[in-house]
Design a protein around this ligand. Sequence first.
Ligand code: F6P
Length: 464
Amino acid sequence: MSRLVVVSNRVAPVEEGKQAAGGLAVAVLAALKRTGGIWFGWSGTVVDGDTPQTPASAVHGRLTYTMLDLGRRDFEEYYNGFANQTLWPLFHFRPGLTSISRRNRAGYERVNGFFAAVLAPMLKPDDMVWVHDYHLIPCGRKLRALGCRQRMGFFLHTPFPAPEVLKILPNHRDLVEDLCAYDVVGFHTAADLRCFVNYVLLDAGGMVDPHPDGGVVVRAFGRTLLARAFPISIDTAALERTAETNARSRHAERLRESLVGRRLIIGVDRLDYSKGLPQRFEAFEAFLESYPEHRNRVSFLQIAPPTREEVPEYITLRRELSEKAGRVNGRFAEFDWVPIRYLNKSFGQRVLAGFHRQAAVGLVTPMRDGMNLVAKEYVACQNPQDPGVLVLSEFAGAAQELTEALIVNPYEVEGVADALQRALTMPVEERRERHAALIATLRRNDIGAWRETYVRALTKAPYQ
Ligand code: F6P
């Protein structure tokens, strides 16, 4: 079996026996443990001055973590700059928030080039290289330029925008050519794949043919590759068990006692403008306004750990949300009830599983999201006999699979308010039916299925 070399901006070293956080970390770790290999990326540390030239490595069994620190300028231009002020907003269909800067683009190319230069000498001829996410799109082409002929795959964890949006980026053609340097390019949904294919056909003069296993064979920029949707998922069985055992954990009990019989609506998101949090707070306000019978009977717990804290849009959002939560609470709170419990901190997966399990509604309303694993986690954590209801944005990739959720348009706050009312008054038979269909989908399409389908597709490269 070929060795797997995973390249991602963040690396999540995990000690044996401890659970990794996040879908990418869980999936990547499981794949690496099976084949042995290297997990290569940024250490998460920013140092004064230039990016240090030598990586640090740590070996855990058959797995080697190789991590680079980033110098302050690289961190600002590559991570805060091009990755998170250009590609992130653009890929989430937010041209108004997209900043275009040649300096940041040069920083992005420079860090990708540096990653490739450090990685290339570590590769063995029959390694399979699997690069993840928007931070590292050019990495494969830069490895090829250094003479690397290994099978190389890429997986995008965000949406891929329509060509009209992508073309706001002055170097859009380069970026698509970068993608075509890989042997397999994976997206979350058929819609993302369609956007990529449209660009290839209409703007790059390429050709596509269906592949019998799924996806399409793309011929463009002198390369042949497979492009396909591989919807990422969760470790469904493990999370079902975790939720059952943590239903009565200390944290879960404290939450239950604090609710004193009130129903719980839960939201768990990174504090990011793609997640639709201001609109969600407005929807909850509209719900309390339109359905006064729920006042003092429902609490909304929004967990929103801060992220990308040096990027101006995130600083503005944080201020806006604190104000909005304060306004709704000021308007509706009673001496013994706070409608919105808004927390800027994170919790471990076990604690969250216990919280999800007691929530009557999981409120997942991003304005645009590649997949959204929280939606899947909420479903897996429910008690099948008395499950809660998932209220899910039609603009999350997860909505393509989780069709038995209450699907909403997050831009229409009254519609989300009505969905909350419907969820909170839904008869138990209907809740059970919807949950049974949702959990069946998640048991079938779990993280193992995602990993295996992708790795199998990469094993079959090169595509002709
Ligand atoms: O959604 C894309 C993604 O890369 C996820 O894999 C991850 O949860 C998040 O963005 C990481 O954000 P950051 O590394 O900037 O904290």
